[in-house]
Design a protein around this ligand. Sequence first.
Ligand code: CMC
Length: 428
Amino acid sequence: MSHTCRIELDGKSHDFPVVEGVENELAIDISVLRDRTGYITLDDGYGNTGSCTSAITYIDGDKGILRYRGIPIEQLAAHSSFVETAWLVIWGRLPTQDELSQFSSMLTRNEMMHESLRSHFQGFPPNAHPMAILSAMINAMSCYEPEMMEIEDESTMVRAAARLISKVRTVAAASYKMSIGQPMAYPHPEYHYCENFLHMMFSIPYREYIPTPEVTRALNLFLILHADHEQNCSTSTVRMVASSRANMFASCAAGVCALWGPLHGGANVAVIEMLDFIRNSGMNVAEYVSRVKARDSRLRLMGFGHRVYKNFDPRSKILKAAADEMLETLHVNDPLLDIARELEEVALKDSYFVERKLYPNVDFYSGIILRAMGIPLNMFTVMFAMGRMPGWIANWKEIHDDPKGRIYRPRQIYTGSPLQDYTPIEKR
Ligand code: CMC
């Protein structure tokens, strides 16, 4: 069905085409609006703005649906591995056994950091935030991969993606080791992606950490669930930077910076800090919820609410079940999980949250899993970044491969001073 949208402005009517997605999502294509009418649209926070068409991820926020390349997240969580999901997200289809094996060996071949990159870590103070280190090191990495700056064929694309996905894990673990004053652990060529990360995080000289299958599975699940999420703040940032034809490393480094904030990837840290605060303050959960509702500060129920999901976040359902199972199998008794459960129960019955359609999001239970795995709090958002790397790369690739792609350059409505003359300093 083809629609048009008619807009009346200053007594004249203008027709604009309506674009329909494969799942019947509708958008008014206003790309010629300003040329035809002199008007632009204004949409604070982009809540109603489609910045692109994309074939990577589909979300139906009202029905709680998330699919990568058409495959429901529940099926990937149950059957896939992070490496296979990464391939799917970037190249648009599930890999064959051969493609998967080749990609896995590329990840293994690229797991080492250039030795002189290691010395960059010394330039950071010991308490430097791992997100600052990660972003800086991804950018620095590009200086060691000059042939990856211009990607002109598919085989360079595969090698660049493999390098980034593989090395980001090495850098992430190394930044943690540096922050606690331990020597960095070299990657182990016999280990798969998740085991290798855990080894680099927790092995120390002469005492190798052997990851258990439960912990490896939980990490794999965590990374799959974070692999992409269409046009969120960090992915849009990656696309924005990519649109200037910046290289993949620079674009993804910018994504790390955008992810850092507590309203985005930093929320997984904020959730644990909130649960800890409730436990240590002795405040009960209902009291905390009342404080959030009173809105006397900018206090929010962290891990709740989402710009797109107005029903439930399917990732949080999967993570909640995984947290329950993992804590039971590992015989971990985490009082924060009890507080989280109670908080969810109270909030889901409260009209403030019900009316605003605020449900637990991916960050509400992910921190409990990361804690049980022994991941320190300041590394939580780094874990999110590792998981999101395939999504950022896929979005970068979509921009890079689009022959008609234009630089992202929104407009604004100016609200500053009207025209005024420059006053010499002695007259001010
Ligand atoms: N606690 C209390 N009130 C909230 C919350 C919350 N977590 N989230 C939204 N609201 C209220 C908000 O005050 C507003 O109320 P009113 O209409 O009366 O002014 C209403 O709900 C709509 O909120 P909004 O800020 O306009 O919604 P948004 O789409 O701009 O923000 C959000 C989405 C995720 C930033 C927000 O829900 C939030 O701050 N949540 C807490 C932080 C968080 O968990 N972030 C992780 C998001 S999921 C993973 C990711 O993308 O990184």
